[in-house]
Design a protein around this ligand. Structure first.
Ligand SMILES: N[C@@H](CCC(=O)N[C@@H](CS)C(=O)NCC(=O)O)C(=O)O
Length: 222
C-alpha cells in the first residue's frame, strides 16, 4: 500500500494511526504542496490528502479522505477491530469523528499556523517555511478573528475530551475507536504550543499512548 501525504499533515497522521493500529505495512509518498493537486485530481477528483493507493489487484485504485480510509481498512483488515461492536456506540464514534474532522481539525490548523507565524517562528525561521506558512494562512483565511474562534472551539473540545479520556479512558465504549484515533491525530499539532502543553498535560499523555498503541512515532514537540 502507498499513502500519499504531506509529511506534516495531521489528517495524514490520522490515516497512519489506523494503518499502524491494524499492523498493515505501507509506504509513504510525500507530495509537494502546490503541485499535489496535479497528481490528486485525476486520481480522486479531489485535491486533499491523505489518499491511500492499495496497489493490489481487485482493490480500488485510490481511496481519498481519512474517514473513507478508516472504512476501507476495517474491511481490508478486520482485526484488530477499529469499529465498536454496538451499533449505538459506533454511531456515536462516527459523530465524534465527524465533529473532530470538520470542526476541531480545522481549529487546530488555525491555531497552529497562527503560532508558527508568531511566537513559534523560531521552530523553523527559514524563508521557505515562513512563505509556506503565509500561503497556508491566506489559503484557509487564518485571520486573528478566525483564530480567536478556533481557540474557543478547542477549549470546548479539550473540556469534552478531558471528561471522557480522564474518566473512562476511551472516548466511546471500552476500547479504542475511530474517535480516539481521530482526536489523537487532529489535536497533536498543539504539542508544539507551550500554553497547551502546560495547561493540559494529560491530553498529550493520552495522545502519546495512542501513538504507541499504533506504532506511530510521536508528533513533533512530544
Ligand atoms: N476531510 C479531509 C481533510 C483533509 C485535509 O484537509 N487535507 C489538507 C492537508 S492537512 C489538504 O490536503 N490540503 C490541500 C488542499 O486542500 O488542496 C480528510 O479527512 O481527509
Amino acid at each position: 500500500m502507498l499513502l500519499l501525504q504531506f509529511s506534516t499533515s495531521h489528517y495524514c497522521r490520522k490515516a497512519r494511526l489506523a494503518l499502524g493500529y491494524k499492523r498493515i505495512s505501507y509506504q509513504v509518498e510525500n507530495l509537494t504542496p502546490g503541485l499535489h493537486a496535479l497528481k490528486l485530481r485525476p486520481l480522486t477528483g479531489l485535491t486533499t490528502i491523505p489518499v491511500l493507493l492499495p496497489q493490489q489487484t481487485g482493490e480500488p485504485e485510490a481511496i481519498a479522505d481519512s474517514t473513507r480510509i478508516f472504512k476501507y481498512l476495517e474491511i481490508y483488515r478486520p482485526e484488530p477491530n477499529l469499529f465498536l461492536a454496538s451499533l449505538e456506540q459506533q454511531t456515536e464514534a462516527w459523530l465524534l469523528e465527524d465533529w473532530l474532522d470538520e470542526s476541531i481539525g480545522t481549529a487546530t490548523r488555525f491555531v497552529y499556523y497562527d503560532f508558527r507565524a508568531g511566537a513559534g517562528k523560531q521552530i523553523d525561521p527559514s524563508l521557505f517555511s515562513q512563505v509556506l506558512i503565509q500561503i497556508v494562512r491566506r489559503q484557509y483565511g487564518i485571520t486573528p478573528a478566525a483564530v480567536e474562534l478556533a481557540e474557543s472551539r478547542l477549549e470546548n473540545a479539550i473540556a469534552f475530551l478531558s471528561q471522557r479520556w480522564q474518566t473512562s479512558y476511551y472516548l466511546v465504549g471500552d476500547r479504542l475507536s475511530v474517535a480516539d484515533l481521530t482526536a489523537a491525530a487532529l489535536l497533536s499539532p498543539l504539542a508544539l504550543i507551550p500554553q497547551y502543553r502546560e495547561n493540559h498535560p494529560w491530553l498529550f499523555e493520552r495522545i502519546a499512548q495512542i501513538h504507541q498503541l499504533c506504532g506511530e512515532p510521536l508528533p513533533p514537540g512530544m
